[in-house]
Design a protein. Sequence first.
Length: 162
Amino acid sequence: MDIDPVPINSQLITLFGQQRLAVVATDSGSGPYTSLVAFAVTPDLGRLIFLTSRATQKFRNIESRPQVALLIDNRSNQPVDLARGVAVTALGTAAEAQGAAREELLQLLRKRHPELGGFADEPSTAVIAITVSRYIVVSHFQEVRVLGMDGGPTNFQEKSLR
């Protein structure tokens, strides 16, 4: 199978623009825990953002074990997904955003998800920012490409795995 000619960062931007929800995987200490979240991404692809109540299991997991994975895909639950589907796993470190950074990231979320306005305004709501260390992109069922964010989000390092 040929390697996808679309640059990986362009593929990510397109997918993230089309999809509004993702699955975040956190670690409870006794195993993985997944949750559906509405997300946004910073323009440099360096951070993925979502909201959660501080009373949730995912928030407690992030506080104790900040390494997370976020899955974003374009599946339609049809057989064609095996050939055309794209799934991106973002690996990184999650933390609650504070101060000016919180307001800046919250603005991105509000723009992308205006329906979350009331929830975003609640004092118990945390803005979580995942600093991405790498993206793993699987397309055409078995083609795997990795975009390392080593040295920061503007220093992309792409490689294909076969």
